[in-house]
Design a protein around this ligand. Structure first.
Ligand SMILES: NC(=O)C1=CN([C@@H]2O[C@H](COP(=O)(O)OP(=O)(O)OC[C@H]3O[C@@H](n4cnc5c(N)ncnc54)[C@H](O)[C@@H]3O)[C@@H](O)[C@H]2O)C=CC1
Ligand SMILES: CC(=O)[C@](C)(O)C(=O)O
Ligand SMILES: [Mg+2]
Ligand SMILES: [Mg+2]
Length: 332
């Protein structure tokens, strides 16, 4: 049984009074900086330049500093910039400047697990990995809740790395929802396998294939969009609140029977074999190598695939319908 920590297991005190530098003010950076600040922690935000993130932080009442200035003062450094940018920033702006014994903290294990960053043996190295998007981490916190997270310790020089990880988890609201102890290896591999096979990859392509199938059969694109893509939110909300069995009780018996029997035929051994292949490429490092190479070339494949997605019929139809659909969404 996994070790799960909640509010009663965590305490802010190991980090109270410490200077915590949050590097990056994007999806997770903004959420962490604001939640930690609102929880009473002493945060500073470090950014590379006076761009969009800088402006956004100022609008939120946070006065960012250049990365090297934030790093110079920090007792704890949290990497909330894109995974692929972390190694360069670490080598150029963190390692040469940081105090000895500073804590190095991550929201995802990629750089440590695949050895892009090799931290000094004098630092505590730990991770708090939220299992949800950054804006949701902020939104749930403000509404009194939290997004669950994983914690892991890679190096524990002080003997209190886990306590400090739990302090941050509490500060961002995660202990309100439950924090599971893991390793950098398990977090990195499950996160990548999960986002590729279901959360980001599998689900998007399933929805798109279902939409295209309906449209090719001659059904109206708008009807196809509501059916194959828009309604997914309501089904997922039911699964989130009541489990898959609970969702089944909310749909008709016709949907239950058709869904149970046809679903099994669609997601067959062939699909499971391909999921296993994707997992293998994460586990043996070939996905990481492919992604590093793509990033170093300027991400041509990712950019062109995003462009194709943006121009797809489903996205065009969706954009036109979304305003209408969102009008019906409850306000809180
Ligand atoms: N996006 C998410 O919801 C989740 C992200 N994570 C992890 O959190 C970390 C941060 O990810 P996100 O919040 O998605 O990042 P992001 O892409 O939203 O980060 C943007 C921030 O990084 C700065 N930035 C962009 N390129 C940079 C560069 N080359 N050098 C320095 N700064 C740069 C931007 O100015 C901005 O402040 C990653 O390790 C990621 O795996 C973990 C869980 C979920
Ligand atoms: C949102 C999240 O947890 C992901 C999918 O792992 C990510 O953004 O990397
Ligand atoms: Mg991820
Ligand atoms: Mg994730």
């Amino acid at each position: 049984m996994a070790k799960i920590y909640t509010e009663k297991d965590a305490d802010l005190s190991p980090l109270l009074g410490k200077k915590i530098a949050v590097l990056g003010y994007g999806s997770q950076g903004r959420a962490w900086a604001l939640n930690l600040r609102d929880s009473g922690m002493n945060i500073i935000v470090g950014l590379e330049r006076k761009g969009e993130s800088w402006k956004r932080a100022e609008q939120d009442g946070i006065f960012p500093q250049l990365t090297e200035d934030a790093v110079r003062e920090a007792d704890v450094i949290i990497f909330l910039i894109p995974d692929m940018a972390q190694r360069t920033v670490y080598l150029e702006k963190v390692k040469p400047i940081m105090k000895s014994g500073v804590d190095l903290v991550f929201a995802h294990g990629f750089n440590i697990h695949y050895k892009l960053i090799e931290p000094p043996l004098t630092s505590d190295v730990y991770m708090i990995a939220p299992k949800g998007p950054g804006p949701t981490v902020r939104e749930y916190y403000m509404r009194g809740g939290g997004v669950p997270a994983l914690v892991a310790v890679h190096q524990d020089v002080s003997g209190s790395a886990l306590k400090k990880a739990l302090a941050i988890a509490k500060g961002i609201g995660a202990t309100r929802a439950g924090v599971i102890e893991t390793t950098f290896k398990e977090e990195t591999e499950t996160d990548l396998i999960g986002e590729q096979t279901v959360l980001v990859g599998g689900i998007s392509e399933l929805l798109r294939a279902a939409f295209t199938n309906l449209v090719e059969l001659g059904y109206q694109p708008e009807v196809s969009y509501f059916e194959a893509i828009n309604e997914m939110k309501m089904i997922v909300d039911l699964i989130y609140e009541k489990g898959i069995t609970g969702m089944m009780t909310a749909v008709s018996d016709t949907a239950k029977y058709g869904g149970l029997t046809v679903g099994k035929k669609l997601i067959d051994d062939n699909v499971k074999r391909k999921m296993r292949e994707a997992a293998q490429r994460v586990r043996d490092g070939s996905f990481a190598n492919e992604w590093i190479e793509e990033y170093n070339k300027g991400m041509p494949t990712m950019k062109s695939m995003l462009e194709d997605l943006k121009n797809s019929k489903e996205e065009q139809v969706g954009a036109a319908l979304r305003e209408l659909a969102l009008r019906g969404k409850p306000k809180s």
